[in-house]
Ligand binder design. Sequence first.
Ligand code: GAR
Length: 197
Amino acid sequence: MTQRVAILISGGGSNMVSLVEDMQGDHPARPVLVVSNVADAGGLEKARSRGIATACVDHTAFGANRSAFEARLSEVLEAAKPDVICLAGFMRVLSAPFVTRWQGKLLNIHPSLLPKYKGLNTHARALAAGDSEAGCSVHEVTAELDGGRVLGQARVPILPDDTPEKLAQRVLAQEHVLYPKILRRVAIGDRSRLDLP
Ligand code: GAR
């Protein structure tokens, strides 16, 4: 049966677009909802213009009450009955009750070769460490930040004149290749690891 995919974003949504554009034809999944925690996230308009239902759950409206924010997010998701929930540049940490509620359905893309550089500023940290390569990872989401099982990675060489911005751009291009490939596999129940060169 066709898998229903919800996508959570916070910003421009280029990963969301790459997932949505792949979900056509014989693809085993279809996008059913794009949710942002930021009202003016550029990705919302990109989703709307592609005919996808959108919602905003603005975390600032809940102040420091993370569980109320996550409860509302779950309500919005429940209405869409997703089989898979892709975090795609979703910049809120999700706590254990939310992760447990959606266990087995949550995927995330992270701009580093996990387990290296969990959290923020991944590209600057890879450069500061003198690494020769960087990349991105798609992983299952657990309550440990960026800590779930890695389903796939793509690698990008670090060049002598790299800046965090230049590196981020090249890694992002690989994110757009990796994430759709992993989603296709997950949608048919294949969670074996995929490594792109
Ligand atoms: C992407 O590089 C994604 O890997 C990163 O944010 C960017 C979102 O871009 N995510 C994280 O850092 C999550 N911790 P996009 O909105 O254009 O997809």
